[in-house]
Design a protein around this ligand. Structure first.
Ligand code: MG
Length: 403
């Protein structure tokens, strides 16, 4: 027998948490928006009432307000979202220890050990759904299937507060007519390319030639074929697993070229603050730092280093990136664009290997300062506190998107 995988997705997450914390809000169309005071703030999440006005995630606040005059705008409160995210994972852990988070509001659960068959899997899904609703006051959509990709697809099919089962025996009866782009990882360009070969639905993808798919998209194409044919056997990478292969980067093309190290340092620090912010939100730490610098002649330079230990401190990341720049850049041309990246990520509770030469006290103090700054930024906005040098620095190209 195959695996039994659930994918649990909390609906309209940020907006639902706001409504759970302040039930009065449920009466109104609500949008959680970044940078409320600034004109270029955008919608990060909306409740069902706001969605009924066709308000979309990612659109500007002024556009949203044009669609719905009495829209209630709420600033984001990431500390609270993280609490709900953790509480949901605790509920999931009643059923399995194999839990893989996918963002703050989604998790895969391998419940093969708990449920003997898909019917039992469905029962567990309903129990989880009810427990989340009762204990957290938010709703969740659950997909139940035999692979991660199909479980994820299931949780997208019925929303909110729903369970969708995609059984191994007849999965194409349930999802065969859906467009290929509904599969996680199939972007618009892949879908466009497949359309040229008359492949538009998941059934058509399953019937398509494996060799052709490999030719078109390489290894990913082959994986996609296996997936459509019900042979995706990706495992759940549970919470205590060591590393997550992802990076967090932040870059800017400067409004005017930079001519001095000091200006580059300010830019690097500003970029790194956002990176640290994102790492902390996602409960990650990084072991590697890189910096990419484009000069005014569009020549790109790239440097990369390993840190002594894992960190989410913006200061440590900025320092490492700037050292790389300082040692490597010859200043033959001024600097036009800078990107800092933190990679080789692990969950933030990873035990930290301390080098004999590290000043542990300094590092933990720095970490404490960074975390406190994060809390202030979450409550009062990104620009409420920043390093003094950054204050005067080049204005960041802000989109208002927190991550
Ligand atoms: Mg969600």
């Amino acid at each position: 027998m195959g695996k039994i995988i659930l994918h649990c997705d909390m609906n309209n997450f940020y907006a639902s948490v706001e409504c759970a914390l302040n039930p009065e809000l449920r009466k109104y169309p609500v949008a959680v928006c970044g940078d409320v005071e600034e004109r270029h703030g955008i919608v990060l999440a909306k409740n069902i009432k706001a969605a009924a006005h066709k308000i979309k995630t990612g659109e500007a606040i002024w556009e949203a307000k044009q669609k719905c005059k009495n829209l209630v705008i709420v600033p984001p409160n990431f500390q609270e979202y993280m609490k709900f995210s953790k509480a949901a994972r605790e509920i999931y852990s009643r059923y399995t220890s194999e839990i893989e988070p996918f963002g703050p509001d989604e998790c895969w659960l391998d419940i093969t050990g708990t449920a003997k068959n898909i019917t039992e899997g469905e029962r567990v899904a309903y129990r989880i759904k009810e427990e989340i609703k009762r204990e957290l006051g938010v709703t969740v959509s659950v997909g139940v299937s035999f692979s991660k990709i199909f479980a994820k697809l299931g949780s997208d099919m019925k929303k909110p507060d729903a369970v969708t089962v995609i059984p191994e025996e007849n999965y194409l009866d349930v999802i065969g007519d859906l467009p290929v782009s509904d599969i996680l990882g199939v972007g618009p360009s892949t879908a466009r390319k497949l359309r040229l070969y008359c492949v538009e639905t998941i059934s058509e993808l399953a019937a398509f030639s494996k060799e052709m798919e490999k030719k078109l998209f390489g290894k990913c194409g082959e994986d996609l074929w296996y997936c459509a044919n019900g042979m995706d056997c990706a495992k759940i990478i549970s919470r205590d697993s060591e590393t997550v292969d992802k990076t967090v980067g932040n870059g800017i093309t400067l409004p005017k070229d930079l001519f001095e190290n000091e200006d580059v340092w300010k830019t690097v620090l500003a970029l790194s603050q956002e990176i640290g912010h994102r790492l902390m939100l996602n409960e990650k730490k990084a072991k590697d730092v890189s910096i990419t610098v484009k000069d005014s002649a569009f020549v790109t330079n790239h440097w990369h280093c390993h840190l002594d230990g894992y960190t989410s401190s913006p200061y440590v990341i900025a320092n490492a990136a700037f050292r790389l720049f300082e040692n490597g850049y010859m200043w033959q041309k001024p600097v036009r664009a800078v990107t800092v990246r933190a990679s080789n990520l692990a969950l933030s509770d990873i035990p930290v290997q301390v080098s004999m030469f590290d000043n542990v006290k300094d590092e933990s103090k720095r970490q404490l300062v960074s975390e406190t700054v994060e809390k202030i930024r979450d409550r009062f906005g990104t620009d409420s506190i920043m390093n003094a040098v950054v204050l005067k620095a080049v204005k960041k190209d802000k989109t208002g998107i927190p991550f």
